[in-house]
Design a protein around this ligand. Structure first.
Ligand SMILES: *Cc1c(COP(=O)(O)O)cnc(C)c1O
Length: 478
């Protein structure tokens, strides 16, 4: 398929801009670009066909089952899209007077209140644009807190080995040293090892809960206590909140900072990588450090406030606002009964699939799980040479998106399955049958598994090449 730039023909553009109805402002020469941008020129029908063709080549939640572990690829109700598309939300400008966007500020304030109730946190910022960005922001809050007290020797963040991969990366970006703690045979943090590594250089702990093997750490209260007693703060990676929302609150478990992935748990389509929202919540004592553009309500009026010792801005203005609109709509529609029910169904669906598959597949830490579980394909690899990758590619021929592969790192040949709550029993039964059929094929005809997928627009890609030598820019112009 040709790129849109290759299809472009000079003179075929279809710009339909309205007449300019404001005085034209001259752009200073130093700010102006040297030549016109090279934008593709196409007729509207060709643009429409181009994107429809692209759409047919991808797999989204609307195409079929999408159990990409840790990513919560659930169905996002169309109602939330409709609300986010209201002109009152889409037609505003961030530089507008506060008095003219009171409704939008009310959305930010109300969402902060409701998410505060769900997480047990006191204040929240919506500036971060994604989960990892939220982690970075939350860690800067921890850093600012210690610094404000003159406690500068706290340079280390403890990260369990079942943490999401972004956790150690964010610690490093925020200027901390990462101390890894291993898990025990149940997939929980090894308390003895944790006690060994805490000290007066501990800035905090960063914990993903439920963790990447789908387990809620049963010692959570003990863990956060150990860190607090050592003078550190507790950071909760809440990207997996889908399993516990409305049921258990990180704020009650001893956590001081949390980020949520509104685009995962609270209903924003995110398969294409954005825009997202990594909302960061914190306890009152950290609120003075929050990023700028925090909404406050004074009497009946809403206004932006810059917290006293703010770490500054981590993104322009107040973040990806329309993601917050969807989250508010989602929470209000489900209500305080629907939210825990959704979480319960996410856990039920994962356990249903886990139990249906356990006679055929090796399940890592095979116990009651939360929203996801991890299978290990080690045996199939050893006996038949069929890897987790081969298996995942085989699923594509059945219209099923593969689970997350080769993660978490503590499980060999891992496939991490997160069915989510929006899938029916029929779908789960169908997928279980597909998993078992592929397994049977893999045992009987392992060679053929290396050839999958057969039915997709592209077959096996050079993933290493794509990562090492990415071609991100179109160079050849007609
Ligand atoms: C997805 C995820 C993240 C990262 O979120 P992004 O929005 O992709 O940056 C962090 N932690 C966990 C547990 C996740 O599942």
């Amino acid at each position: 398929m040709d790129l849109i730039f290759e299809k472009s023909r000079i003179g075929r553009g279809c710009t339909v801009l309205p007449e300019c109805d404001v005085p034209i402002a001259e752009i200073p020469k130093s700010e102006a670009r040297a030549c016109a941008p090279r934008l593709p020129q196409m007729a509207e029908i060709d643009i429409s066909r181009h994107y429809t063709e692209l759409m047919k080549r991808t797999h989204g939640v609307n195409d079929g089952f999408y159990p990409l572990g840790s990513c919560t690829m659930k169905y996002n109700p169309k109602l939330n899209e409709e609300l986010a598309a209201l002109p009152g939300f889409t037609g505003v400008h961030p530089l507008q007077e506060e008095s003219t966007v009171q409704g939008c500020l009310a959305v930010l304030e109300k969402t902060e209140e409701l998410l505060g109730e769900i997480t047990g946190m006191d204040q929240m910022t919506f500036q971060p644009a994604a989960g990892a960005h939220g982690e970075f922001t939350g860690l800067l809050l921890i850093k600012a807190f210690h610094k404000a007290r003159g406690d500068v020797k706290r340079t280390k963040i403890i990260v369990p080995d079942t943490a999401h991969g972004t956790n150690p990366a964010s610690c490093t970006m925020a200027g901390f040293k990462v101390i890894s703690v291993p898990s025990n045979e149940e997939g929980c943090v090894d308390l003895e090892k944790l006690r060994e590594v805490v000290g007066d250089d501990t800035a905090g702990l960063m914990l993903t809960n439920p963790n990447t093997v789908g387990i809620f750490d049963r010692n959570i209260l003990e863990i956060t206590k150990i860190i607090h007693e050592a003078g550190g703060l507790n950071y909760y990676d809440g990207a997996n909140l889908n399993a516990v929302m409305g049921i258990a609150r990180p704020g009650d478990m001893g956590f001081d900072v949390i980020h949520l992935n509104l685009h995962k748990t609270f209903s924003t389509p995110h398969g294409g990588g954005g825009p997202g929202s990594g909302a960061v919540g914190c306890k009152e004592f950290l609120a003075p450090f929050l990023p700028k553009f925090h909404v406050v309500k004074i009497g009946d009026e809403y206004a932006f406030e810059n917290p006293a010792q703010s770490i500054g801005s981590v993104k322009a203005f107040y973040g990806n606002f329309l993601v917050v609109v969807r989250a508010l709509s989602y929470i209000l529609v489900l209500g305080n009964q629907g939210i825990p029910e959704a979480a319960g169904n996410a856990v039920l669906n994962a356990n249903y699939m886990r139990v249906k598959l356990q006679d055929t597949f090796d399940i890592a830490f095979n116990n009651i799980c939360m929203h996801e579980f991890v299978m290990s394909m080690t045996k199939l690899k050893k006996e038949k040479g069929v890897s987790a990758l081969d298996f995942a590619k085989g699923l594509l021929d059945h219209g099923v998106h593969p689970p997350t592969m080769y993660f978490p790192l503590i499980v060999d040949e891992a496939l991490m399955v997160e069915p989510t709550e929006t899938e029916s029993k029929d779908t789960l039964d169908n997928v279980v049958a597909i998993f078992k059929e592929i397994y049977k094929n893999a045992r009987e005809n392992p060679e053929a598994m290396h050839e999958a997928p057969h039915t997709t627009p592209v077959r096996r890609l050079d993933e290493v090449g794509a990562a090492r030598n990415p071609v991100l820019k179109f160079e050849k112009w007609k």
